[in-house]
Design a binder for this molecule. Structure first.
Ligand code: LLP
Length: 438
């Protein structure tokens, strides 16, 4: 069923998606135009709640802002009691604008600048996840200069390679992130932190990758990390209070994708951490997780308007829409596949035939989805909807070919909130300065 990959409030008439959050799609496009990112409030909040319930009150669930970092979404995450993972000064600034409680914010990044760290100190972010020795020195210097104490976690790469796209696997040794566990570098990092007065070591962090569809890699990472915790107790007599296992739960983009439920993932992680702690005779550390994709992804869809249709004899029929790789880079960057269907009002009894949906950018690889079944009477001006674009869609959007970035709206209970207004052509050129001397 197509419904499986669409948000929970999706309403269909035959094969066409007609409404989301109680709002008819033609009303949305009449008000906001296309391309348009639409977020289903019930799906977004529902997923945040499922995470909190599945992990229970003792686990910190930090929304990974990189999946979709806009003020309105961070306000919802704050109201739902989530923590927040930010990975740059820009994401931190968005959190500040959303008045996210700073004690619940974690700052990440493999190359944080002095300005970013100073900003974190000024705002009083709850935790900094330290990625390198240079960062430790910078942080210690800022702490001293500003008389600020940072709570820190160390980002450890445990040496686990999960089964996912190579670009988004992050837990192996050969990677730019963190302190390598196997080479003894992680131990050295602990010794260094302990030497600084104003750096308070709260725990360790690992994030093995994203779009992971099985539990065994998470369990393997948990075991390696807890064995590290145990070694630290022997070497330094310390017990790390917090263990952050990162994000990474995969989601279904196609109806045929079989995925773990949030509850199964939570049970597997909790089980691995409890049994690992017991095996090593450790008190169970406070667990944190950082889901991004599995919160925002299934809550969002993208609406496009069909502009031109090109039939290539003996090959495909291309449907060219008014966006593409500038509003969703994932097909071009990772070869990701998506579910597309007809949307808005129209006849519902047409024959379904395969089309390739392409964008409007100057690249052959600018495809939204290949070989998707759409009605044979599809015409210019019709609406198409791509499912599961809530995560890493808007957040990786660009102005390629100087396309203005689309608006983002949140729909629920028949009501629409504009979270991000559509860029204008003037916005697109607003940072350009003409040559004074030509
Ligand atoms: N924590 C850390 C430290 C991370 O680096 C990430 C994602 C997350 C949490 C959230 O992971 P999630 O639950 O969303 O899988 N642009 C790529 C995904 C990059 C993920 C980067 N880090 C994509 O579109 O697939």
């Amino acid at each position: 069923m197509k419904e499986d990959v669409f948000p929970r409030t999706a309403e269909f008439e035959g094969y066409r998606l007609t409404a989301l959050g109680g709002v008819r799609l033609e009303d949305l496009t009449a008000r906001f135009g296309t391309p348009l990112y639409v977020l289903d409030r019930a799906e977004l909040i529902g997923r945040m709640r499922t995470y909190r319930q599945a992990f229970g009150p003792d686990v910190g669930v930090a929304y990974a802002a990189k999946a979709l970092c806009v003020v309105g979404v961070l306000q919802l995450a704050a109201a739902e009691g989530l923590h927040l993972d930010v990975a740059s000064g820009g994401e931190l600034h968005t959190a500040a604008r959303a008045r996210f409680p700073m004690e619940r914010v974690l700052l990440h990044g493999n190359n944080k600048s002095v300005e970013e760290l100073e900003y974190a100190a000024r705002l009083g972010v709850g935790r900094v996840v330290v990625d390198s020795f240079s960062e430790l020195d910078r942080l210690a210097e800022i702490a001293k200069r500003t008389d600020h104490t940072f709570n820190v976690l160390l980002r450890i790469t445990p040496g686990v390679l999960p089964d996912t796209h190579g670009f988004i696997a992050t837990g192996q040794d050969d990677v730019k992130f963190g302190f390598t566990l196997s080479a003894g570098i992680a131990h050295e990092a602990v010794a260094r932190v302990l030497a600084f007065d104003r750096l308070c070591l709260r725990g360790a962090h690992c994030h093995i990758g994203s779009q992971i569809t099985a539990t065994h890699s998470f369990a393997a990472a948990a075991e390696l990390m807890l064995s590290f915790f145990s070694d630290l107790r022997s070497a330094y007599g310390i017990h790390l209070a917090e263990f952050n296992l990162g994000g990474g739960l995969g989601i279904a983009y196609l109806q045929s994708d079989v995925m773990l439920a949030i509850e199964e993932y939570a049970d597997a992680l909790l089980g691995a951490v409890r049994s690992g702690a017991a095996r090593h005779g450790l008190a169970v550390p406070r667990l944190f997780v950082e889901p991004g994709r599995s919160i925002a992804g299934p809550a969002g869809v993208t609406l496009h308007t069909v502009g031109t249709i090109k039939r290539v004899r003996g090959a495909r029929t291309y449907v060219n829409v008014d966006g593409g790789m500038s509003d969703n880079l994932r097909p071009a960057l990772y070869g990701s596949r998506y579910t597309v269907c007809a949307a808005g009002p129209g006849y519902t009894n047409a024959l379904m035939i395969p089309f390739t949906v392409a964008g409007k950018h100057c690249e052959t690889g600018d495809l939204v989805a290949q070989d998707v079944l759409l009605p044979d009477d599809l015409a210019e001006g019709d609406l198409l909807v791509t499912a599961v674009t809530g995560a890493y869609g808007y957040s990786m959007a660009s102005n390629y070919n100087r396309l203005p970035r689309p608006a983002v709206v949140l729909v629920g209970d028949g009501h629409t909130d504009l979270l991000v207004r559509r860029e204008t052509l003037d916005d697109v050129v607003s940072h350009d300065l003409p040559l004074v001397r030509s």
